[in-house]
Design a protein around this ligand. Structure first.
Ligand code: NAP
Length: 295
């Protein structure tokens, strides 16, 4: 059993990430009471049926009343409206955190609505799957993964420590950085790869019929891994690209230049250049395995 950190926790959004947190916190006794909030009746009923929360409501303000910890875990396009709607209902001294995949726009959308006596600690667990909804979560999701916190210089240190402790108790390792730095790092490690996967799978879908059949049949040769990434939630990813525009466009520009260089090397039959580039990337994969972020 871990330390009891909070009496009452409210999850605004109880899908893959929210429900994984609720499962782990309940399993290890990190909080006493869990309340959920979701838009649809179906999700609310499911969350209660699964035992993730004792109560699930439609109104975010009702969910956060008397909560010591509020976790916003909805698609980031909804953050501003949610933050505005909970302002008056937040308990003095409460901590509000989130799990959104972009941080500058989240801070911009949420921070102005936070009362002076409430502490906002933005966060992002670098863990997930392509599945969504309350059934998709599992308590081990964060084991051995990083969570990045992006508090401002004025954020209460104790609140930051409490959120860091929460993530460590949920199995994660914690790093702290600025929202700007977070968004640049994630643009290359997560956002660009998703954009490439969505594009490749889209390109294959547009091929003429007979070729498309072959794509399905022989997908194990590389395409299959892209289809898993490209099966990720469309609303969540729409919001990520709309909210991390600058960093994604900047990294996309560099990627296009590197792709053009590869194209040229193939056209000119520059085998040495190709081999050298591929040998470098193989070393990166080994580094990720050594860092225990892949098997
Ligand atoms: P998800 O499984 O689709 O769950 C989203 C939850 O939010 C659902 O319970 C949904 O309820 C609820 N919701 C949506 N809009 C709402 C609104 N306006 N008001 C109240 N509830 C609302 O999504 P997820 O994968 O957990 O992602 C949630 C957040 O985590 C996103 O901000 C994402 O950027 C971040 N994140 C995701 C991953 C990942 O791999 N999936 C990884 C790290 C961080 P309904 O079903 O009723 O709509």
């Amino acid at each position: 059993m871990a330390e009891v950190l909070f009496k009452k926790v409210a999850f605004i959004g109880i899908g893959l990430i929210g429900s994984s947190m609720a499962r782990r916190m309940a399993q290890d006794g990190m909080a006493e009471e869990f309340v959920g909030c979701a838009r649809s009746e179906g999700t609310r009923t499911k969350a209660v049926e699964l035992g993730l929360v004792s109560r699930a409501v439609e109104d975010p303000a009702e969910a956060v009343a008397h909560a010591d910890l509020v976790v916003i875990a909805t698609p980031i396009g909804s953050y501003g409206t949610i933050a505005e709607s909970i302002t008056l209902a937040l308990k003095p001294g409460a901590i509000v955190t989130d799990v959104g995949s972009v941080k500058q726009s989240v801070v911009k959308a949420v921070a102005p609505h936070m009362p002076k006596d409430v502490h906002f600690v933005p966060g992002h667990p670098i863990a997930g799957t392509e599945n969504s909804g309350p059934e998709a979560g599992f308590p081990e999701l964060f084991d051995g993964r990083w969570t990045i916190l992006t508090p401002s210089e004025t954020t209460n240190d104790e609140a930051v420590d409490e959120i860091a402790t929460l993530w460590r108790q949920m199995g994660a390792m914690v790093d702290i950085m600025t929202p700007e730095h977070h968004d640049r790092v994630l643009a290359i490690t997560s956002h660009l790869p998703h954009l490439i996967a969505y594009t490749i799978v889209g390109t294959a879908t547009d091929l003429e019929d007979d070729l498309r059949q072959e794509v399905m049949k022989y997908s194990a040769s590389g395409f299959r891994d892209f289809t898993r990434i490209a099966a990720s939630d469309p609303v969540m990813w729409r919001d990520i690209f709309l909210n991390n525009r600058e960093a994604t466009l900047e990294i996309l520009q560099r990627f296009s230049e590197d792709l053009t260089a590869m194209q040229r090397a193939i056209r000119r039959s520059e085998g040495d250049a190709l081999e050298e580039a591929f040998a470098r990337t193989r070393a990166i994969r080994r580094g990720i395995i050594d860092a225990k972020q892949a098997e």
